[in-house]
Structure formats: structure tokens, C-alpha cells
Ligand binder design. Structure first.
Ligand code: SF4
Ligand code: SF4
Length: 135
């Protein structure tokens, strides 16, 4: 089994289609919705984690692209300016999935993009404003 964390951008005409149900039923892909901004008649965005055999995930992504859903790897949507970071730890306190961590012996901030759900709480928590999140 493989896992992919993706940001899906839906054109307005696709927002109302049962896309997630299709991924599960037609492609046997477990689809975990981590975040969603979906409104009738508008462009929608969804952060999802897909879990399935690699070939099923590939087929599901092909299907999404065929119906004009833009599929992007989620790790591209959070950026941290590591050179400016002072390792104060303020951002780690608001990061529920523990994507941001500071631990001994280095006490240096580490960002695990695979765990990030793009909630954006760390953006405001950082006194230096050196984290950016796009969702
Ligand atoms: S966006 Fe949310 S989940 Fe991602 S690193 Fe920041 S606080 Fe953690
Ligand atoms: S809050 Fe900002 S400066 Fe402090 S550890 Fe996090 S990213 Fe670095």
C-alpha cells in the first residue's frame, strides 16, 4: 500500500460531482479529507490523503486530471525560511499534527511536510513571520 498527500483544486463545474465517492468505489482508493474549502459554483480546494496500491493511486490521479481537477503534491504548499529561524519553538505549540518539532540534543526546528495539514496556525504564531502556507 502507498500513501499520497495531495491538494486538489476543483473547477466550479466539478465541485458538485461525487468525486471522493468515485475514488473509493471505482478505484479502491481510501480517501481521507484533511481540509476542504468547497462552495457551490466556486473553485474548490481539498487536502486529501490517498491510500491504495500504487497503480490504483495512479489511475485515480489520471481520472481526476481527466475531469480537470488540478492535482498537486501538498508538500509544495508550506515554506519555511530556515536561515532566518531562531528556533524559538513558538510555532511548534500550535502545530497539532506535530509537523513542526524541536527536540534535543540540537534543539533545532524541523519541519516534516508529510505531516502538515496546511492549517496555517504556525504562520501567525511565528514572531518573525517566516512560514508561508498556501491553501
Ligand atoms: S500549517 Fe498547520 S500543520 Fe502545517 S506546520 Fe503549520 S501548524 Fe503545523
Ligand atoms: S516560530 Fe518562527 S522563528 Fe520560532 S521556531 Fe518557529 S519558524 Fe522558527
Amino acid at each position: 500500500m502507498a500513501k499520497r498527500r495531495l491538494v486538489l483544486t476543483f473547477p466550479p463545474e466539478v465541485v458538485e460531482r461525487p468525486v471522493v465517492a468515485t475514488l473509493v468505489k471505482e478505484f479502491d482508493v481510501l480517501t481521507n479529507i484533511l481540509r476542504a474549502q468547497v462552495h457551490e459554483g466556486e473553485i474548490g480546494r481539498m487536502l486529501v490523503e490517498l491510500e491504495a496500491e500504487p497503480e490504483n493511486i495512479k489511475a485515480a490521479i489520471r481520472y481526476l486530471q481527466e475531469i480537470r481537477v488540478v492535482v498537486e503534491d501538498a508538500i509544495k504548499d508550506i515554506e519555511l525560511n530556515e536561515e532566518s529561524c531562531i528556533d524559538c519553538g513558538a510555532c511548534t505549540a500550535v502545530c497539532v499534527p506535530r509537523a513542526l518539532n524541536i527536540s534535543p540534543p540540537e534543539w533545532k526546528l524541523e519541519l516534516n511536510k508529510e505531516r502538515c495539514i496546511l492549517c496555517g496556525f504556525c504562520v501567525d504564531a511565528c514572531p518573525l513571520r517566516i512560514i508561508s502556507v498556501r491553501f
